[in-house]
Design a protein around this ligand. Structure first.
Ligand code: TRP
Length: 339
């Protein structure tokens, strides 16, 4: 067997399969992943097991959305020849590693994780937190380390999870007396979280303020119509505010030509650029961005056998590397091994 040294850094990231992805995911991460797959060894995880940690009563939703998110990946340009797409629940080593890792973190430390604290509050769990949910940072540490990933493209809200992953890596390596696991680094998108079309918080399907990747031209037009601009910009001739005006936030995220956006901003500030004209321009830009994704997605949705094949091949590859890491951890910790 030839031993090729792979110098490409390994990326792992994933999405909970709780719903189809939207434009917030697109600018926050999907667009980056399409770029990164050329220069990195990239794995994408359809995190159905993690999705179960707060959706245990709705397995149908989680199952259905494995395929939906896979369609989103392929539609935006994730190339299965460059990126390995895996289904989390099809990789048993991830669950086994999670259990081992849980012995290297305290309940108090899990409860202190700011991401977990926020999410517990958001979901209104009170004291009735599913144990699996509280423990998901350890499971995510298993995801990241099992693939030997050193780069993890995530949103800012996930930084505490990466920090906790690295804590676990150091504790486990110390116990093993060798560097069995690698520490990882978060890679933040240069564009922050896209606000929802209502301007209230980040774009999120559950908030009803999202534009899905399958949005039609008229969906997009209606969504842009809903967007807040500057409430004191009453007549087109009035000078308007760009800061906090989410039409400009979207233009910054999607317009191909930054000079055009700079020009629109100057015009708006000066007065003489009406909201209707501005919104018409944003509508056209978004329709241009989403159109090819929507069409490719519809095409792929007619060939689900192909998509299933991509997931089968990807998960088989994922199984190999995650099993290797599990073996290394069991060995490193000096646990009993059958021979
Ligand atoms: N927690 C991530 C989210 O909420 C999804 C996820 C699961 C993930 N496993 C991962 C992200 C591993 C990065 C690496 O979207």
């Amino acid at each position: 067997m030839s031993t090729t040294i792979n110098r490409q850094p390994v990326i792992l990231t994933g999405d909970r399969t709780t719903g189809p992805l939207h434009l917030g995911h697109y600018v926050g991460s999907l667009r980056n992943r399409v770029g990164l797959q050329a220069t990195h060894k990239q794995y994408l995880l359809l995190a159905d097991a993690q999705a179960s940690t707060d959706n245990a009563d709705n397995p149908g939703k989680i199952r259905h959305n494995v395929m939906e998110v896979a369609l989103d990946y392929l539609a935006v340009g994730i190339d299965p020849n460059l990126t390995t797409i895996c289904v989390q629940s099809a990789l048993p080593a991830l669950a086994e590693l999670s259990l081992l890792y849980l012995n290297f973190v305290s309940v108090a430390r899990l409860e202190r994780n700011p991401t977990i604290k926020d999410e517990i509050q958001m979901r209104g769990f009170g004291r009735d937190i599913p144990a699996g949910f509280l423990c998901y940072p350890a499971a995510q540490a298993a995801d990241i380390t099992a693939f030997r990933a050193t780069v993890v493209p995530v949103g800012e809200d996930q930084l505490p999870i990466i920090e906790q992953t690295n804590e676990l890596v150091r504790r486990l390596n110390r116990q093993a007396g060798q560097d069995v696991l690698l520490e990882a680094e978060a890679l933040l998108s240069s564009v922050g979280r896209l606000p929802g079309v209502d301007g209230k918080g980040k774009m999120s399907k559950s908030q009803g303020n999202a534009i899905p990747l399958s949005a039609s031209n008229s969906d997009i037009e209606a969504a842009v119509q809903r967007m807040y601009t500057d409430p004191s910009h009453l007549r087109a001739s009035d000078p308007g505010k760009v800061e906090g005006n989410i039409v400009f936030t979207y233009l910054d995220a999607f317009a191909a030509n930054p000079d055009e956006v700079a020009e629109l901003k100057a015009h708006y500030r000066r007065g003489g650029l009406g909201d209707a004209v501005l919104k018409r321009r944003l509508t056209a830009i978004l329709q241009e961005a989403v159109g090819p994704i929507r069409e490719r997605r519809a095409e792929l949705a007619r060939d689900l056998d192909f998509v299933m094949d991509v997931l089968r091949v990807g998960s088989a590859r994922g199984r190999v590397i995650t099993e290797q890491t599990k073996e290394a951890v069991l060995q490193g910790l000096g646990l009993f091994r059958l021979r």
